[in-house]
Design a protein around this ligand. Sequence first.
Ligand code: HEC
Length: 112
Amino acid sequence: MGRLTVTFLLIASVFSAADVNVYEQNCVGCHKKLPVTLEKFFFDYLLEYSSERQVKKALRRYLKHPKKKSSLAAEELVERYGLMPKTRLSDDDLRRAIDIYWEKYKVFGKIE
Ligand code: HEC
């Protein structure tokens, strides 16, 4: 491997580690306490909104303004745990967190 390649790989790994953190740090911890997984919520959104663009848009909207009316979660869950708190992430970080969330659970391209 040339020095350039090594440098590139190093930079790429630093960036991807930082990326994972936005999602891991801001979503996963709190969700571990819930009886419904982030994966289940993801598929609810996929079923309801279908395309990558629509899913991401709906997620952005919900995370910025969680409302009972637009929630896809079961009513009993919301009664027991409350709505999720409005995100405090910047638009950029929220976008990145949702991109990571999408990449983690999307099924397209994984089916051979
Ligand atoms: C402090 C706790 C907490 C954090 C942080 C949190 N969530 Fe949630 N989340 C909840 C709770 C509680 C619910 C269930 C109630 C609801 O749906 O609002 C929920 C529901 C959801 C849902 C279903 C929404 C719906 O339609 O009802 C999605 C999708 C979701 N979270 C994704 C995320 C993502 C992505 C992040 C990180 C950017 C995140 N959550 C951060 C607590 C949290």
